[in-house]
Design a protein around this ligand. Structure first.
Ligand SMILES: [Zn+2]
Length: 351
């Protein structure tokens, strides 16, 4: 147990006062940096290179994230079983929570515990439901021990699994954020995003919505519909990739200009040509917030520059804004008096 004092104001007070930004996407970013293996995507980095996890938490907070999400995503019992390291389950979770708590406390942000899809849920098999509940209970228990301010349950593809996750979070007394990863055809149980979120909202979730899978273009219209269908707070955390009506999720994106990737699809390690720029992510945040969506963030693929852009689009000025672009002092394209006229003239070739 920890003596951690809960952050004040808490999640619900912050949501009542304005938007809350939550940076996600730790798996992808630390994979790119060379500290997580694509495939199993288990966050062993929490134990092997904790300094990298501290660093990324701090970068996201510096860029405007209001939430430090403990990096326990895919650090659950089933994932550790798959890689043959179940003995790491508890130390991994406790370490991730302690790292996140330290960054939350030094920055005055919210510490979030995190649970997610278990990958064992089978609708007609009640044993898997009990096992999933057990996985949620142990992870939520560790988050409570660490003094979490809130619990995020994310990337669910089964409505009933998400309802069990919510039930476990509610039993902990912590505010709940539940988000679904919505495939092109809806969830695995056939539910659409609105129906699934409505069921979670009716069950008392504090925040419902979508995260992961969809980029801004294909997430925005669904989240608008969710906003219209529920009374609670709504979340939108897309992946920063240019998904389209033909390729609604990032799992479906294909880069036909390149013949050297391991498979025809670009997911998950060759999505680079589809990355949204920071301005697109800022526009997404602005549009969603004006539609009444006040829990905003970015999932797999997020970089601190995306988060800063979101924060600025919402009227914030996080510490990283000290370094936001100022092209007036560019060597060739600058307009500042200190830039020699000769170079300004040379700069015309870039126009
Ligand atoms: Zn994601």
């Amino acid at each position: 147990m920890t003596n951690r004092t809960l952050a004040s104001p808490g999640l619900l007070e912050r949501l009542a006062a304005g938007p809350v930004i939550c940076a996600e996407g730790y798996l992808f970013e630390l994979e790119r940096r060379g500290y997580i293996q694509a495939g199993a995507f288990v966050p062993e980095v929490v134990l092997e290179h904790p300094e990298k996890v501290y660093e990324l938490h701090r970068e996201f907070v510096h860029a405007g994230s209001d939430v430090v999400e403990a990096f326990t995503y895919y650090g659950h019992r089933e994932k550790l079983r798959v890689i043959g390291k179940e003995e790491l389950l508890e130390p991994l979770n406790r370490n991730a929570l302690n790292i996140a708590a330290e960054v939350a406390d030094e920055s005055g942000t919210l510490l979030a515990g995190n649970i997610c899809n278990t990958n064992i849920w089978v609708p007609e098999d009640k044993n898997t439901h009990a096992a999933a509940r057990g996985m949620f209970e142990e992870q939520v228990g560790w988050a409570v021990d660490a003094g979490a301010d809130m619990i995020i349950g994310e990337t669910f593809c089964w409505t009933d699994e998400a309802l069990v996750a919510l039930d476990v979070i509610q039993a902990s007394g912590k505010p709940s954020v539940i988000t679904f990863a919505l495939d092109a055809d809806g969830l695995h149980d056939g539910a659409d995003g609105v129906t699934a979120c409505k069921r979670l909202a009716d069950a008392g979730a504090d925040v419902v919505g979508l995260n992961c899978s969809r980029g801004p273009a294909t997430m925005l219209p669904v989240v608008r519909d969710i906003r219209a269908a529920v009374d609670c707070h709504v979340a939108a955390l897309p992946v920063p990739y240019r998904t389209t009506p033909e390729h609604e999720t990032f799992q479906l994106l294909e880069d036909t200009s390149c013949g050297c990737t391991p498979s025809t699809g670009s997911f998950p390690t060759a999505l680079d040509p589809f990355v949204c720029n920071r301005y697109e992510m800022g526009e997404f945040a602005k549009e969603m917030f004006s539609a009444g969506v006040n829990y905003l963030g970015i999932c797999c693929g997020a970089g601190p520059h995306h988060i800063r852009s979101m924060a600025e689009a919402l009227g914030r000025r996080p510490p990283a804004s000290r370094y936001s672009p100022d092209m007036s002092k560019h060597a060739y394209k600058g307009t500042d008096d200190n830039i020699p006229d000769y170079y300004k003239k040379l700069g015309e070739m870039y126009e």
